[in-house]
Write a protein that binds this ligand. Structure first.
Ligand SMILES: NC(=O)c1ccc[n+]([C@@H]2O[C@H](COP(=O)([O-])OP(=O)(O)OC[C@H]3O[C@@H](n4cnc5c(N)ncnc54)[C@H](OP(=O)(O)O)[C@@H]3O)[C@@H](O)[C@H]2O)c1
Length: 318
């Protein structure tokens, strides 16, 4: 376990990094991503930080705080909804047009669909899209910028090594009965790991990390739920699991450390490998199921599925 003291000392070292690094935060308007963003803004010298969010009103006080905490930094808010492939494409186009490099891509947007499937105007479930499809879209589209940075890192906060079995004949969980909370979590997390492992193998300069944050007290506890489910999560399940959880401050510091610590840099002996991280900063062995999927080249099947989903969504709305 990496102690919180070590984590906090490590992120302080951001103060002495090269000025002018460029970051993109997707999910930085709440919870783990927001805390990591606030800390990065406070500590990094003259960073340029893009923040994607659905609500400019909600983001305004965050932006005011960020600017006050580091007047030399530049913060750019992009008003887009990453449950949409088309919005994600537009964000990528802005970065590709404006920037020559991307030092850190931090992906934490998402929620658990307690109320079931919720299709967007593009016909994709919003939870699967924020949790997997558009995260992979950001990573693959921004590769030229990431590869142009000296030591680029990509952090995705979701389930780390805790993915599970896929429904191989219905990766998008479209058939009746296939979309359940469990199938969503296990399948999206595994697809994310397989897609990230493929990207890591093809882009050995970039450190790709998929991290499980543990249970963290954030709006994620109840987002995606309504009615009695929301009540149960807020007043029964939440208080029961609260003593075993982490604060958003701790989880955010730990998440930011993935961008900072040498422990998670690309290493010669494991170049091209995805880091699967547990909540405590430990690097986990890939679970047997993931190894089996990689042997059977299921990652290729997932990648084809991803490309098809992105193509259909982009063409349908353009
Ligand atoms: N907290 C936990 O215990 C826990 C445990 C395991 C995994 N996770 C996963 O880790 C990630 C980060 O969690 P967190 O605790 O930081 O969550 P959070 O506080 O709820 O923040 C989630 C972020 O995702 C964005 N988002 C949510 N639904 C969206 C949608 N439909 N379209 C676009 N953006 C959306 C939110 O934007 P707005 O500000 O606009 O709402 C927010 O920036 C999530 O994917 C979560 O599912 C969390």
């Amino acid at each position: 376990m990496v102690s919180l003291t070590t984590v906090r000392a490590s992120i302080e070292s951001l103060r002495t990094t090269a000025p002018g690094q460029v970051y993109l935060f997707v999910g930085g308007t709440s919870g783990i991503g927001e805390h990591a963003l606030r800390q990065l803004a406070r500590l990094a010298p003259k960073p340029k930080v893009y923040i994607v969010g659905r609500s400019p009103q909600k983001a305004q006080s965050l932006l005011d705080d960020l600017r006050a905490s580091n007047p030399e930094a530049e913060f750019v808010f992009l008003h887009r909804d990453v449950s949409l492939v088309r919005d994600t494409d537009e964000v990528c186009k802005v970065l590709l047009a404006e920037e020559g490099r991307l030092d850190g891509l931090f992906l934490s947007a998402g929620y658990a669909p307690y109320d079931g499937r919720a299709d967007t105007v593009e016909g994709l479930d919003a939870a699967m899209t924020t949790g997997f499809y558009t995260r992979a879209q950001f990573m693959k589209t921004l590769l030229p910028l990431l590869n142009a940075a000296p030591a680029p890192r990509v952090v995705a906060i979701f389930a780390g090594a805790k993915g599970g079995r896929l429904i191989e004949t219905d990766l998008g969980l479209n058939k009746p009965g296939n979309f359940t909370l469990m199938n969503f979590v296990l399948g999206s997390a595994t697809m994310l790991s397989l897609a990230m492992a493929r990207l890591a193998a093809q882009n050995p300069k970039i450190s790709f990390m998929h991290a499980y944050p543990s249970f963290v007290w954030t709006p994620a506890l109840t987002n995606g739920s309504s009615g009695w489910k929301k009540f149960l999560l807020k007043y029964v399940i939440g208080p029961l699991i609260w003593p075993f959880g982490l604060s958003a401050a701790e989880a955010g510091d730990r998440a930011l450390d993935y961008v900072v610590s040498e422990k998670y840099a690309v290493k010669e002996e494991r170049k091209g490998e995805l880091y699967l991280l547990n909540w405590n900063g430990e690097i986990e062995k890939p679970p047997k199921l993931l190894v089996e999927y990689e042997k059977r080249e299921i990652g290729e099947k997932v990648w084809e599925h991803l490309e098809e989903v992105l193509d259909v969504a982009l063409n349908a709305t353009s």
